[in-house]
Design a protein. Sequence first.
Length: 182
Amino acid sequence: MLLQAYASKKKNATKYMFGVKMPRNYQEALAFDKANGNTFWEDATKKEMDQIKAYNTFMDIGKGARVPSGYQNVYVHLIYANTFDMRRKARLVFSGQLTPPSNDKAYSGIVSLEGVRTVLFLAELNELQLCAADIAQANLEANTREKLAIVGGPEFGELSGHALILLKALYGARTSGNRFAE
């Protein structure tokens, strides 16, 4: 019971990032914008949802439609962040812990700090130039094999209340990292 109380306290605690209070959900983000007289969080949410739409992440099966048999109905939520240069960011993620474990390999390789240092050292020794890139919305570049569906919330705009089937490897799904690595 103590662990549950501690976890609940930690989950509901006010969080700050670079001095900016972080919203826990879409409604709180809109309330922060209204209180501050700006649209920073709303704009970040709109940008994320526009990118989700641009990647054809979901297939709309209609407003009020039931999730087809064989698909698991899961939940999505927005994670909000503030960057060091005070840009607001929003990321739509699945509650992947609610899905059953997959037989598929869910590992996706990540470079270690020692690996980066080794590459930098070898590049310097061989007088090579290095360049790096970050792939925006990396997981959305890959299709998913998981059979998951959601019902769009208010952050989905015109798709609010629509049943949506996941087509892309959205963040939070168990095998999204592996789908991108493939």
